[in-house]
Design a protein around this ligand. Structure first.
Ligand SMILES: Nc1ncnc2c1ncn2[C@@H]1O[C@H](COP(=O)(O)OP(=O)(O)OP(=O)(O)O)[C@@H](O)[C@H]1O
Ligand SMILES: [Mg+2]
Length: 253
């Protein structure tokens, strides 16, 4: 069973202390929301978990293997994948080729026909099959997001981190992303979902982690978290029972 253990993680950029003694564990195919105001440290945490940057101190273990000093391709092989807030496809490769690259690079033991069949399945599921021979750079912003999600499916990861998958996505594509999250999670993959869209977070996740200025200020069920005074204060700068953290609405005076 997937187990991620994050212990006392610290990250500094010069004088800026961006992650401060962050601790949490994930066990099994949980679907966890990672939320927090802009600049809270969510993407930095993701970059550390996938090996793109190294922490100043602290450790990350995935399935009992230490991964915080590994490179991203090694972390991907160990079973953790992520999407980027700003999408990063191979722009001058076709949509289809973009899906083949991660599977071929990771060498999961599938032959080329199997990888190709899997890519076709993924394209169909993401409704990108009619675009398979187009260059990735010709896709819309929302379609680029779908392509990244597809590349992640090709990895067969144990745990995936989705960094703002709904941002800038047309409402017609939202349902596909919702279905993706449900299907991948049902298949046994743990998911960390980063989003500022609270309605999506609250409808999908059973556990929330809240970062604020690099501090993990809450870790619990959506109900507990949304009533937590520290969370309300972090989001709105007020500690006020009259404020609904799920919408940001304040009750009329
Ligand atoms: N490479 C870097 N060098 C210096 N400062 C950085 C670097 N990366 C991030 N930061 C700073 O670290 C802090 C956390 O940024 P991060 O991108 O992790 O926040 P976030 O929670 O993902 O925000 P958002 O919701 O806007 O995406 C910010 O103050 C940011 O400016
Ligand atoms: Mg971010």
């Amino acid at each position: 069973m997937t187990k991620l253990v994050v212990h006392n993680l610290n990250k500094r950029f010069g004088g800026l202390h961006v992650l401060k003694d962050v601790n949490f564990e994930i066990e099994g195919p949980e679907l966890i929301g990672l939320i927090g105001p802009n600049g809270a440290g969510k993407t930095t945490l993701t970059n550390i978990l996938d090996g793109a940057i190294k922490p100043n101190s602290g450790t990350v273990y995935l399935n009992d293997r230490r991964i915080d000093q590994l490179e991203p391709y090694e972390v991907a092989r160990a079973g953790l994948g992520r999407t980027f807030q700003v999408t990063r496809s191979f722009r001058r490769m076709t949509v289809h080729e973009n899906l083949l690259v991660p599977a071929l690079a990771l060498d999961h033991g599938l032959d080329r026909t199997e990888i190709n069949d899997k890519a076709m399945e993924v394209l169909e599921f993401l409704t990108l099959d009619h675009l398979r021979n187009e260059y990735a750079q010709s896709l819309s912003g929302g379609q680029q997001k779908l392509l990244e999600l597809g590349r992640l499916l090709m990895l067969d990861a144990d745990i995936i981190i989705l960094d703002e998958p709904f941002a800038g996505v047309h409402p017609t594509l939202m349902k596909i992303i919702y279905d993706y999250i449900g299907r991948v999670n049902d298949a046994g993959t743990a998911i960390i979902l980063i989003s500022h869209q609270m309605d999506s977070i609250f409808s999908l996740c059973k556990r929330l982690l809240v970062l604020d200025y690099g501090n993990l200020i809450a870790d619990g069920t959506p109900d507990t978290v949304k009533n937590d005074p520290a969370v309300i204060e972090a989001y709105l700068g007020v500690d006020d029972d009259e404020t609904d953290v799920t919408t940001g609405d304040q009750a009329a005076p």
